[in-house]
Design a protein around this ligand. Structure first.
Ligand SMILES: *[C@@H]1O[C@H](CO)[C@@H](O)[C@H](O)[C@H]1NC(C)=O
Ligand SMILES: *[C@@H]1O[C@H](CO)[C@@H](O)[C@H](O)[C@H]1NC(C)=O
Ligand SMILES: *[C@@H]1O[C@H](CO)[C@@H](O)[C@H](O)[C@H]1NC(C)=O
Ligand SMILES: *[C@@H]1O[C@H](CO)[C@@H](O)[C@H](O)[C@H]1NC(C)=O
Ligand SMILES: *[C@@H]1O[C@H](CO)[C@@H](O)[C@H](O)[C@H]1NC(C)=O
Ligand SMILES: *[C@@H]1O[C@H](CO)[C@@H](O)[C@H](O)[C@H]1NC(C)=O
Ligand SMILES: *[C@@H]1O[C@H](CO)[C@@H](O)[C@H](O)[C@H]1NC(C)=O
Ligand SMILES: *[C@@H]1O[C@H](CO)[C@@H](O)[C@H](O)[C@H]1NC(C)=O
Length: 529
């Protein structure tokens, strides 16, 4: 979104967009689930596949057709509310007799509740479910709401006047469907603007297809021209989305429609070489000369100027040095600094072993800037990472997102394990419990879901590389290269750490990778090839 937008208007847009994506969408999905469960249907796929539902939805997409079965219930609509990508998400056509076309030819895809966006969920609710009159009104209004304020809102802004008129309605309709959402409204309303999340939501909510239709004569021009036509915006996500759409439109000749299940399922174009070497040795810092007592580096972080900050709990200090090991300095910490994250060019935030707090240090003048007491985090082994100008720390079965300026917890995300090590970048927070589970997890802001992957050995530390793939250090000392979708992995043979408790950290800006090998008392710095 362009910089000219008044930040207050943008924040209002962010709030309304968040309500649609974080409250309304889940409420719709839950209502849908409640409906089919009440009919004794176990899952969405079975529901979508049931005869009455497939028949109704078929006629929301196809016109002038008399079906071969149940023909009394055929409807002929002039306007087709279900679009191609929605239909293709739900159903796949099977070969049938020539000239025969009806719902009997389709089978249901493996579709999950989470695959349904707010529009598609509302369509199914309104057409295929038993709703009370009030529910029906609320769902219709909320769907209209998205159309009126978000789907065509290419500015990503909502003025105060508009906001005043819409907010009460929005709240009333949602609470009519689910009165328990009151607290979520308050949380979202008080949340500060998060630019990158706002950009994501913007792309998610804008109906780019509609916009493209309006400028269809430009379809064959370059994406850059289309961007200019839209709003002169330069937004990477929008650009990526447009590229996807252009490709989709170009490929989408009518013949190919049945084997194209829509944009969502397109696979990345580039080939994926997992496990191949991507770094070369830059420097090995032998810490024996620096620290000659028993020691352990529990975490490492990189500052703006490329300096490294390491946690040495046994010595109660943070060690600062250049990547070639020169200019070693240290900051004394009262307690055991356990994990550290750089929050800006001069500040690190640190969690301490045994104390539920975060401390912030200025590494230039070596002063403690802040002590933030956080009763909700884990007393031992609470990971920390910085993402979008916020700090994330691990609590019992949850992640806490903290505004480090105010020290307030602004969001809590529940997890299925106690997050020890954390690493955040872009829209993902990676975590693992550092106990003995072979699972690593990540939370994605884009779909507000947790994902996991089982590795050959318990993961100990992880980091995100340039293109979204991951390096994970496991307890057996291996480094696994995990694909950006988190589905595949391969060991990186050229990178071994020592079995035990080591660490890994990649810095996107400096394009450097650091590994900790405690057994050898080494911190190794690599440059990306
Ligand atoms: C179809 O509807 C979805 C909403 O469910 C929307 O995001 C998408 O842009 C529409 N696709 C087309 C091709 O109109
Ligand atoms: C991602 O990065 C890895 C390592 O740099 C590389 O091997 C792989 O080809 C990249 N994949 C894509 C899709 O760019
Ligand atoms: C690190 O330095 C110490 C003492 O200077 C030496 O004994 C040790 O072999 C070195 N370690 C490595 C891996 O080079
Ligand atoms: C340990 O290191 C200190 C300096 O950090 C040095 O003065 C001392 O001699 C070293 N001791 C041993 C046994 O190497
Ligand atoms: C990477 O380094 C840049 C500056 O070089 C710094 O701003 C950033 O915080 C570092 N990122 C991480 C994840 O350490
Ligand atoms: C730190 O960042 C601020 C703003 O981002 C900048 O004004 C300042 O010059 C930077 N300081 C150093 C030492 O790089
Ligand atoms: C870095 O963050 C700290 C803690 O919030 C703050 O006090 C300091 O002014 C910031 N420094 C810069 C250069 O932004
Ligand atoms: C891991 O992911 C699978 C597939 O999404 C899910 O069914 C399972 O519950 C997850 N496990 C944990 C422990 O989160």
């Amino acid at each position: 979104m362009s910089k000219r937008i008044d930040p207050d208007n943008r924040r209002r847009y962010f709030i309304v967009g968040s309500v649609i994506l974080e409250i309304v969408t889940p409420v719709f999905r839950q209502r849908l689930e409640k409906d089919y469960k009440s009919k004794g249907v176990g899952c969405l796929q079975d529901f979508i596949n049931s005869k009455p539902v497939i028949h109704i939805l078929f006629h929301l997409r196809h016109t002038n057709i008399k079906c071969c079965v149940d023909s009394t219930n055929c409807r002929n609509r002039r306007k087709l509310p279900l679009n191609y990508s929605q239909w293709d998400l739900l159903y796949t056509e099977n070969p049938g007799p020539p000239k025969h076309h009806c719902h009997c030819l389709y089978t249901t895809n493996n579709v999950k509740l989470d695959d349904l966006d707010v529009t598609l969920a509302s369509l199914i609710l309104l057409n295929c479910c038993n709703l009370t009159p009030n529910e029906e009104i609320s769902i219709k209004e909320l769907r209209e709401f998205k159309n009126n304020y978000l789907s065509h809102n290419i500015k990503g802004a909502i003025t105060e006047k508009e906001y005043q008129t819409l907010w009460n309605d929005l709240m009333t309709y949602v609470l009519q469907l689910d009165p328990s959402k009151q607290d979520d409204f308050i949380r979202i309303q008080n949340r500060p603007l998060d630019d990158s999340l706002c950009n994501k939501y913007f792309v998610c909510l804008l109906d780019i297809h509609k916009k493209l239709e309006e400028i269809s004569d430009k379809l064959e021009s370059s994406t850059a021209e289309i961007l200019t036509a839209i709003n002169g915006q330069s937004n990477m996500e929008l650009l990526t989305k447009l590229e996807e759409i252009l490709q989709y439109v170009r490929c989408q000749s009518p013949k190919e429609k049945t084997d194209n299940h829509g944009i969502k399922q397109q696979t990345p174009i580039q080939p994926y070489k997992l496990g191949q070497p991507i770094v070369t040795l830059h420097h090995q810092i032998n810490l024996t000369s620096v620290v000659n007592t028993s020691w352990k580096v529990t975490d490492i972080s990189m500052m703006d100027d490329g300096r490294l900050v390491m946690c040495l709990p046994v010595q109660s200090r943070l060690l600062i040095c250049n990547t070639d090991g020169s200019q070693v300095e240290s900051i004394h910490v009262q307690g055991y600094p356990w994990y550290a994250a750089a929050v800006n060019n001069s500040t690190v935030a640190v969690t301490l072993w045994g104390i539920k707090c975060i401390e912030m240090y200025d590494i230039n003048n070596k002063l403690k800037l802040k002590f933030i007491s956080l009763p909700g985090i884990m007393r031992l082994d609470s990971g920390i990472t910085a993402i979008n100008n916020k700090i994330v720390v691990g609590g019992e079965n949850r992640l806490h997102i903290i505004d480090y300026q105010t020290g307030k917890v602004i969001q809590t995300i529940t997890t299925k394990c106690n997050p020890g090590r954390l690493h955040g970048s872009g829209d993902r927070i990676l975590y693992c419990d550092n106990i003995n589970s072979n699972k690593m997890y990540w939370y994605s802001y884009t779909n507000a879901r947790h994902h996991n992957l089982t590795l050959p050995s318990p993961p100990w530390d992880m980091t995100i590389l340039q293109n979204g793939s991951l390096y994970v250090v496991c307890k057996d000392g291996s480094v696994q290269h995990v694909s950006s979708d988190g589905k595949q992995y391969k060991p990186v043979k050229t990178l071994q750490t020592t079995p035990g408790c080591d660490g890994i950290h990649y810095n996107l800006t400096q394009r450097k990778l650091m590994t900790i090998q405690n057994k050898n008392r080494l911190v190794t710095v690599y440059n990306e090839i």
